[in-house]
Design a protein around this ligand. Structure first.
Ligand code: FES
Length: 150
């Protein structure tokens, strides 16, 4: 029981530190992790930091999450058709909730139920009215490089 209370107390301190960070400004340092990542990774994300993933991590119909180094937001790198790659932001265009990982060709937002096409980011059903922001992704050998917003 005491361990549980201590964990809650530590968790509260973490939340406090997080809210102080939010109050006094967001850190501009690039994301330390771009998992999953392949080495070496010379691609450039929209913020100038290199972000890539092993091509084998994104089979046809599959996806892999990376972080946009400029925003820290999760971006799903997808291969909707053989040899066609793109990146879709995980930030719902309705009110900013994080959409679930692509499944069955769609991305679902658990907040209010919007669905987006996993090959284009287009809205399948609302309340969202705008598509998910789309990133360019280029294949370089066995690596997929996240590019800027398309
Ligand atoms: Fe995604 Fe409302 S925030 S549907």
């Amino acid at each position: 029981m005491d361990g549980g209370i201590a964990a809650v107390a530590l968790g509260g301190a973490g939340l406090l530190a997080g809210s102080l960070t939010a109050t006094f400004g967001r850190s501009k340092k690039p994301a330390a992790t771009t998992a999953p990542s392949a080495a070496p990774a010379p691609a450039t994300g929209s913020g100038g930091t290199k972000v890539s993933v092993a091509a084998s991590a994104v089979p046809v119909g599959g996806s892999a999450p990376v972080k946009d180094p400029s925003s820290g937001d999760t971006v799903y790198i997808l291969q909707p058709k053989a040899g066609q790659y793109c990146g879709l932001s995980s930030v719902c265009t309705h009110s900013g909730c994080a959409v679930d990982a692509p499944k069955g060709g769609q991305l679902y937002c658990p907040c209010h139920g919007s669905r987006f096409d996993a090959s284009t980011g287009a809205v399948i059903n609302g309340p969202a009215t705008k598509p998910l922001p789309k990133y360019t992704v280029t294949k370089d050998g066995d690596r997929l490089d996240l590019g800027p917003l398309a």
